[in-house]
Design a protein around this ligand. Structure first.
Ligand code: ADE
Length: 246
């Protein structure tokens, strides 16, 4: 997958792309991330990229011209993918969206700053606005990194077989069960015996029950979309009874 990130602060993204799994994926050619500096596209003498808002108000607004020219320079006839603008007013990014985006050949991520970007740039060259959550960041760069990270790990080969993306929070629709590693006892806290039993069916059941329980306690609304078999339903019934609900 080819990802282009348009920003006036490319240096904000580099460190994340130069470590760990993203670096490995880039080195292996599984993803290609190009950081495109918007500033050189400005036609103004001092390469300004923002100006005061028409109608008054605080802050500055990013100019349409450098953005539109930067996007157009990256997305010729051959561009096959989505052009996204990171913004708190966009559709909230979810695992499902990460899965959808991971199927694209190309992504363009536009990072805004200040009070936003001139609406005409959005109207002309953006397919969709995406928010990474209900809070306001100083710019879209962290949002772009969140999207790159969540999408990249779904691309075949990016995670090793021992880093599988299947058995975890949100891909199953449930929060992840608790994990333990050595030592067997740490500061008086023992690893649950069942995980040392070697009984794979029992371990799988225990993990499923813990995932159901955690989701019930912390994010009960997620349970509405979970397919449950008979054993799941029996466990959930007992859980509700314990909580005085059923
Ligand atoms: N830019 C500023 N806040 C943002 C958010 N919550 N999501 C995406 N981009 C943003």
């Amino acid at each position: 997958m080819r990802i282009k990130v348009l920003t006036i602060f490319p240096e904000m993204l580099r460190p994340m792309l130069e470590a760990s799994i993203l670096k490995r994926a880039i080195d292996a050619g599984l993803i290609e991330v190009e950081l495109v500096d918007i500033r050189p596209f400005s036609e103004l003498k001092h390469k300004n990229t923002d100006d005061y808002p028409f109608g008054g108000g605080p802050g500055m607004v990013m100019l349409a011209q450098p953005i539109v020219d930067a996007v157009e320079s990256c997305t010729g006839e051959a561009f096959r993918g989505k052009r996204l603008y990171l913004s708190p007013r966009g559709r909230t990014f979810t695992q499902k969206m990460a899965e959808e985006l991971s199927k694209e050949d190309e992504l363009l991520l536009l990072c805004g700053h200040y009070e936003g970007v001139d609406q005409r740039a959005i109207d002309l060259v953006i397919d969709e606005e995406v928010s990474i959550g209900d809070y306001v960041l100083t710019g879209g760069e962290l949002g772009a990194l969140v999207i790159i990270d969540a999408v990249a790990r779904l691309i075949p080969g990016v995670l090793g077989s021992d880093e599988s993306s299947e058995d975890e929070s949100f891909s199953s629709g449930l929060l992840e069960y608790p994990q333990y590693t050595r030592p067997r006892e740490y500061r008086g806290l023992a690893v649950p015996d069942i995980l040392l039993s070697g009984d794979h069916a029992k371990i799988a059941r225990w993990r499923r029950d813990r995932a159901l329980e955690l989701t019930y306690q912390r994010r009960p609304e997620l349970l509405e979309n979970i397919e449950m078999d008979k054993k799941d339903r029996i466990f959930m019934q007992a859980l509700r009874e314990r909580h005085g609900e059923a």
